[in-house]
Design a protein around this ligand. Structure first.
Ligand code: KIV
Ligand code: NA
Length: 267
């Protein structure tokens, strides 16, 4: 298949074609999502929540992200694979940021990396892009800053934060980002940012004005029952599908229905 590149998604914005993106953290899921025809697979640090069971993305390590990313890359033939740089793998110095991004590309095989934040990370973004590693930005509700925010509520509802976000989006574009995720901000603001920059915006809880959309695969497949934000559309109820399958298996084992004659070896 013709591989999706960072240039492909930039061109899609120019042509007015919407961009689809989903997360994946392992080989099997990545293979299914890629073969279904997605443009971008994000190895999100949401792996901290959905794979590792942590409350936040803060504990995620660079080594674990490299592991998840390498698993995903092995399952993908066509999609653009972007990996999150986790908390404290890029904030301390520009040198550290470049080394982390380089490891993600060399050791894991990521095609691009994503970093949260605006002004404070601009120098690092420039260095990483100059080194040949494409960078996706991430503004609005940036979960690595949850202890600063104190809540997962909608961001940039006030004038000052909204103006800062527009400024940051422009700074990220100037620094060489090929795209920016906008998470949980008012739809109007996301639409304005999308109009004012030439690189594609990918929204999650940021409305229909964005150039593309992203969801966490576990959420959109209905694997978790408790997470019910307004922006989430569920495309399957895999929690029920899996629970039924497991319960039927238990029942069949206990009733000695499984295995039957055909399900065992003779001779
Ligand atoms: O980690 C993640 O899954 C993300 C997306 C929700 C944008 O950053
Ligand atoms: Na993330």
């Amino acid at each position: 298949p013709v591989k999706i590149t960072t240039q492909t998604v930039v061109d899609m914005k120019r042509k007015g074609e919407k961009i689809s993106m989903l997360t994946a953290y392992d080989f099997t899921m990545a293979q299914i999502i890629d073969q279904a025809g997605i443009e971008i697979i994000l190895v999100g640090d949401s792996a901290s929540n959905v794979m590792a069971g942590h409350e936040t993305t803060v504990p995620m390590t660079l080594d674990h992200m490299i592991y998840h990313t390498s698993c995903v890359v092995r399952g993908v033939d066509r999609a653009l694979v972007i990996a999150d740089l986790p908390f404290m793998s890029y904030q301390v110095t520009t040198k550290e940021a470049l080394i982390s991004a380089g490891r993600m590309m060399k050791e894991a095989g990521a095609h691009a990396i994503k970093m949260e934040g605006g002004k404070p990370i601009i120098n690092s973004v420039k260095k990483i892009v100059e080194a040949g590693i494409p960078v996706m930005g991430h503004l609005g509700l940036t979960p690595q800053s949850i202890y600063k925010f104190g809540t997962y509520k909608v961001r940039a509802t006030e004038e000052q934060e909204a103006e800062e976000l527009i400024r940051d989006a422009k700074l990220l574009e100037e620094a060489g980002c090929f795209s920016i995720v906008l998470e949980k901000i008012p739809a109007k603001l996301a639409a304005r940012v999308t109009e004012e920059i030439s690189i594609p915006t990918i929204g999650i809880g940021a409305g229909a004005g964005c150039d593309g959309q992203v969801l966490v695969i576990h959420d959109m497949l209905g694997l978790n029952k408790e997470f019910n934000p307004r922006f989430l559309r569920r495309y399957a109820d895999l929690n029920t599908v899996m629970t039924d399958a497991v319960q039927n298996y238990i029942k069949d084992v206990k009733s000695k229905d499984f295995p039957n004659e055909e399900e065992q070896y003779g001779g």
